[in-house]
Design a protein around this ligand. Sequence first.
Ligand code: SF4
Length: 245
Amino acid sequence: MREIINISINDIKPARDDVLKTQGVPAGSKLSGNVKTLFKKAMALFIECVHPVGIISEISIPEFNIVYAGEGLNEKSTPLDAIIKKADNLVLFALTIGENVTEKINELFKTNEFALGTMLDAVASVGTDNSADCVEKHFTNVLRKKGKITLSSGTVRYSTGYCGWHMSGQKKLFGFLHPENIGIMLLDSYLMKPLKSISGVIVVGEKEIHRFKDSYPFCSDCKTHSCRKRIKALFDAPESHNKEM
Ligand code: SF4
């Protein structure tokens, strides 16, 4: 299965608390009129500029092992090494909210509108994450219709550049998935253009396969240890999806 997914803007509109959290403002904080106005303006620009689209392609475990090996630069041992062996379904994915929003952010910084530029950047980042949630839910729904999802299923996405999967893994991922079909280019630095894009693998399997300890050598450099929260969320919900690691 290979599919281009047109993502609805209504499904990815960032919640104010999620955006402000990325700027260090705790949920429920009392906001000044200025901050409220900035958020409203940034949201209006986001809706005007954004073009969210995703692409997915199913991949077998042996095929994924080749993609995951990438350029041979991954950490010696990673969470995905063990998880993949036990996965039921895998899909490579890439998505973007388009180049226009990045151009608008750059334009705001060039014209010294730093506060609005920063707010739009935060809105766009949360919107990109929300787009990834949409792609993940879409794939889960496809599997559900085929009867391949149960109450014990867990869906988690993993991206290059995180948890021991080296950024250079993008090269083989692009070779298999061809995100250029939805306008995403891979730069020599392995960053994507448009910048507000996410790629990786969505792993579906028994929830238990996603449980691991954050004791890999590279975890000591990890500022968020976000895997803890995500694994907990997976087991708190009856049938769970999760954000990327
Ligand atoms: S601690 Fe950080 S680097 Fe280690 S597995 Fe968790 S999220 Fe990944």
